[in-house]
Write a protein that binds this ligand. Structure first.
Ligand SMILES: [Zn+2]
Length: 187
């Protein structure tokens, strides 16, 4: 059915607050999402299962190599949907909440982003709006239906606390599952 992507990994921690790294929480959420979708009968692929990146050896652009391999994995998988899990960070600590981004490279992406933001906003108490972003390397190049979810802000004390809780991560995952069902009119 789909791919869940824990973004960053290995030498690329993503956003950070002291010793709390985005890559770690992305993977924890992605593993929970893999389990949830698998239990419901979906075939789920992960772009990574542990703390590593996907770059090829001896590349002079490790980040680009990592991303281009992710693009190939998703495009070649023929998956019905992919979900890219990230955490946000901002110089100001006031920004908070879960938010969905999409690239219009696939015309269906906006519809999925809209439905997903509605469900996540309601369940996770986020006032953020879904947003188009056409400058993200991976999302520009993937043909399949998919979105990027920024699950919260590591720079915000409340989000930072919640994002590290298993129960909160599970609530995000259950809500993503609900969003997927809603998008496909299964509930
Ligand atoms: Zn990220």
């Amino acid at each position: 059915m789909g791919i869940t992507g824990a973004s960053h990994g290995g030498p690329d921690p993503g956003a950070m607050y002291k010793n709390i790294m985005e890559k770690t929480i992305n993977l924890e959420i992605s593993k929970k999402l893999e389990k949830k979708l698998g239990e419901q009968g979906a075939i789920v692929y992960m772009t990574r299962y542990d703390d590593y990146d996907l770059s090829v050896k001896n590349t002079n652009n490790r980040k680009r190599s990592d991303l281009s391999r992710r693009v190939n994995i998703i495009n070649e998988s023929k998956c019905d949907m992919y979900i890219s899990i990230h955490l946000n960070a901002d110089p100001s600590s006031t920004w908070q909440g879960i938010q969905v981004f999409y690239d219009d490279v696939n015309p269906e992406n906006e519809k999925l982003a809209k439905v997903m933001q509605e469900v996540l906003g309601k369940n996770m108490n986020s006032k953020r709006k879904y947003k188009e972003l056409t400058t993200i390397y991976l999302h520009r190049r993937v043909k399949q239906l998919g979105i990027l979810i920024e699950a919260g802000f590591l720079s915000n004390p409340n989000d930072r606390y919640l994002l590290r809780q298993n129960t909160y991560q599970q609530k995000i995952v259950n809500s993503i599952y609900e969003g997927i069902l809603k998008y496909w009119h299964l509930i």
